[in-house]
Design a protein around this ligand. Structure first.
Ligand code: 13P
Length: 229
């Protein structure tokens, strides 16, 4: 095993444990994959993160062949997303409580808060229900993720994407936070929704600033930047 592979496995395990620590996962629910070599690495099925070791993470090819333990039952949507989305290298799935509560009602989260824009559009879509581990679920997830960095899965959970492990984890926590706020806002009635024109401004601003996802490029536009000297 190369140093790069060992480092990636270690970082994946740390991200899995961070999912538990951040309260967005529990037990053996959830799974994580990262593009690697001629395929990807993915967490094994039904193994709690506190018992998982880096060597338990499974190496998979795009054809579904694998080396090591039995891969996550959701390997199909991990594979299909990584194949279809050249803009992401990491797929994270979890059953975080608030996002899943919204998904149990098959609700798409509208632009009730500007941070919905960080997922890439005016809504956080909810994919229709399909049995876990099936191609049908993968197809539904891929459609709900079109132009987005996250989606809900009806009566199941959420998927968050990222260019890095850190970014995907950040996105999953954002999804959970927005779902929590949406449920709380709904308690006193359906909240108003920001207009498409305002959301277009929000999304353009987020893209210009790499909002939430990393440091801005120095000297770009009128963004604030650290003073030199
Ligand atoms: P695995 O343990 O097979 O990854 O399944 C967990 C899960 O969340 C299925 O959707």
């Amino acid at each position: 095993m190369t140093d790069d592979e060992r480092d990636l496995r270690t970082a994946m395990l740390a991200t899995c444990r961070a999912m538990d620590a951040r309260g967005i996962n529990q037990g053996t629910a959830g799974n994580l994959s990262a593009r690697f070599g001629t395929g990807f690495l993915i967490t094994p099925s039904s193994l709690a993160y506190d018992r998982m070791r880096p060597e338990d993470i499974v190496e998979m090819g795009w054809d579904g062949s694998y080396v090591g333990r039995r891969p996550s039952s959701e390997w199909r949507f991990h594979r299909d997303i990584l194949q279809a989305r050249g803009d992401v290298d990491v797929v994270l799935h979890c059953h975080s409580a608030f996002a899943t509560s919204v998904a149990c009602h098959h609700r798409t989260i509208p632009a009730f808060h500007y941070m919905v824009g960080v997922m890439g559009g005016t809504t956080l879509r909810c994919a229709p229900y399909a049995t876990f581990g099936t191609q049908e679920l993968s197809d539904a997830a891929l459609a709900a993720l079109e132009g987005r960095m996250a989606c809900l899965l009806g009566q199941h959970g959420q998927i968050a994407l990222g260019k890095t492990l850190e970014a995907a984890l950040w996105m999953a926590v954002e999804v959970e936070t927005l779902a929590r706020m949406y449920l709380q806002a709904l308690a006193i009635g359906e909240p108003p929704v920001l207009s498409d024109a305002e959301m277009a401004r929000v999304i353009a601003q987020m893209q210009r600033m790499s909002y939430g996802l990393g440091p801005e490029e120095e000297g770009v536009g009128d963004i604030a930047r650290p003073r030199k000297g």
